[in-house]
Write a protein that binds this ligand. Structure first.
Ligand SMILES: [Zn+2]
Length: 544
């Protein structure tokens, strides 16, 4: 048996299939092989659940000086080395064929797909592209970190054959850093976890009424003035709640004086985060929310609004004046600087919750509506979004917007992030119109909602039907989880909302298999590991 394994390794799909047969045969056989092995099998709990995973009949020892193939370079090598070191194995390097962890190219695999075999003489990861190799390494880490320890301290992992690939290309996480922000170092830790769970997009909501968080060289007032606010109603509520529950305390690193909240990310800090995430398989997408949610910028540049001042309408803040085309160059300059900072493919332009009351009264807005023959204020919003989206596209970006920017009578070619679940016909309309969509309706995908085990299960078991009908599923690029931070003013509070919801989300978004019972059985190890690494997941029925 052992020899069979060794001779057949590293040979691609045919041998992989044969290996499954042999492994199954082996599983059914008597315990002939038992004598040569000291460890009984310990099943691994992998999240997101792979497409297929078969355990062998016993565990193999991880050598105390286990080697990593010299063909594994960069972050993959760093991650594996750190993982082995964490389980007190002293990692070294070796030629690929001789290493304990080795890699093989297999062009039959999808870009993000991979296979892993753990055999008597070590572990092989098969891949066709860097993305697949990285996800294979992340799964390998989950296997290694769940190793057993024998009485004499030898670490061991199960023989296994694992095959995996995602169903959807987009597995995103959105975080609002405008209402409350987090340090770049902490965001990197979040990136570590996103990558661990094969989430591949991170949308940063960088600007809103409550703060402008990205340094813009040409307009320093955006951060000198726009990054700061007097404590708002949420801050005051948090201060009150923190008197009885310290987990609501506002992170003091972002408090100035006694009653101001704010801060911003420098260009270098953002470049560092983008690079860090990129090497871990995650594209960072900037969002500059416009024309609504623009109060922070209007506070710094009053002429951006219709009236020369910021303010609130009946539902939302007054937007920037879309009628003053003399301000368009400034908006485009901001888009250009931000686009340069984030070298990825996507740029999110916002487009949600645009209050129209001032536009109705503004001579500039009304003049532009007449001049361009626009369909009222809605047409004006569409005109402005199109002008800015066209500009971002001229910089090579694919432009995203919230589904509020989807006007059924004059739809634009945007990648829509769908969130308004009370507009349940929108996903059908958007996708039937041939437009691409990322699904993140707030009922389940907004992790900032009050978390509970019932909410967790509802997210985990999400299906489009019956609530969202007539969706052209091939136009749904994937899913995104979303955190808004009005009531999340520090790391502890964020972790309470994120975990274990993020793990449930990752399994839904990866999309290979879902099984609530299985998820409940697998989640405790992951929560335990988070706690070991200093994170504070929400206590749930699954916390052991
Ligand atoms: Zn106006």
């Amino acid at each position: 048996m052992k020899k069979t394994y060794i001779t057949m390794k590293r040979k691609g799909l045919l041998f992989f299939l044969m290996a499954i047969q042999l492994l199954s045969a082996y599983s059914c056989s008597d315990d002939n092989g038992q004598a040569q092995n000291q460890f009984t099998v310990k099943r691994v709990s992998i999240i997101p659940l792979p497409v297929s995973l078969e355990h062998g009949r016993y565990n193999i020892a991880i050598p105390r000086d286990a080697t990593i193939s010299e063909d594994i370079k960069g972050i993959g090598r760093d991650l594996l080395s750190a993982t082995l070191a964490e389980i007190t194995v002293n990692p070294g390097g070796a030629a690929n064929g001789n290493a304990f962890i080795r890699i093989y190219n297999d062009n039959t695999l999808q870009k993000e797909g991979y296979r892993i075999t753990v055999e008597d003489d070590g572990c092989s990861i098969y891949y066709s592209a860097p993305e697949g190799l990285l996800w294979g390494i992340q799964t390998m880490r989950q296997i290694l970190l769940q190793c057993g320890t024998s009485d004499d301290g030898v670490k061991n992992i199960p023989l296994l054959i694992l095959s995996d690939a995602p169903k959807k290309a987009w597995r995103g996480f959105h975080i609002d850093v405008a209402r409350h922000m987090f340090t770049i170092d902490y965001l990197k830790k979040i990136v570590d976890h996103l990558s661990f769970y094969k989430i591949n997009k991170l949308q940063l909501h960088l600007t809103d009424d409550q703060g402008w968080r990205v340094e813009i060289k040409q307009y320093p007032a955006l951060t000198e003035i726009g990054a700061w606010r007097p404590f708002d109603e949420y801050d005051l509520r948090l201060i009150e709640q923190a008197k009885s529950d310290d987990s609501f305390r506002i992170d003091s690193r972002f408090i100035r004086g006694v009653d101001q909240y704010g801060g911003f990310y420098t260009r270098d800090e953002l470049k560092e985060l983008v690079n860090y995430a990129s090497t871990r398989g995650i594209e960072v997408i900037p969002e500059i929310d416009m024309p609504g949610h623009f109060t922070a910028a209007i506070n710094a540049h009053n002429d951006l609004s219709c009236t020369g001042e910021a303010g609130w309408g009946t539902e939302f803040s007054h937007p920037l004046c879309a009628g003053k085309t003399e301000n368009y160059p400034m908006i485009k300059n901001i888009i250009k600087e931000v686009a340069e900072l984030f070298p990825g493919k996507y740029f999110h332009i916002g487009g949600d919750e645009v209050e129209k009351t001032q536009w109705k009264k503004c001579p500039h807005c009304q003049a532009l509506i007449v001049e361009k023959g626009l369909n009222g204020e809605e047409g004006l919003q569409n005109y402005f979004i199109k002008e800015m989206a066209d500009y971002a596209r001229s910089l090579g970006k694919e432009v995203m917007a919230w589904d509020d920017a989807f006007i059924p009578s004059e739809p634009q070619e945007l990648l829509y992030t769908y969130w308004r679940d009370w507009m349940s016909d929108r996903p059908g309309l958007i996708t039937q119109g041939g437009f691409q969509m990322i699904f993140m309706e707030w009922g389940r995908f907004y992790l900032s909602a009050d978390p509970s085990d019932a909410q967790l299960r509802s997210l985990y078991e999400f299906e489009f039907e019956p609530q969202f009908k007539n969706i052209v599923k091939s136009n749904v690029n994937g899913f995104q989880a979303c955190v808004w931070t009005e009531m999340i003013p520090n790391e502890t509070r964020l972790e309470y909302h994120l975990f274990p919801s993020l793990q449930a989300f990752s399994e839904l978004a990866w999309g290979s298999q879902r099984n609530w019972g299985g998820f409940q059985a697998r989640i405790p190890w992951h929560l335990h590991r988070l706690e070991q690494s200093g994170f504070k997941p929400r206590k749930s029925a699954f916390t052991h």
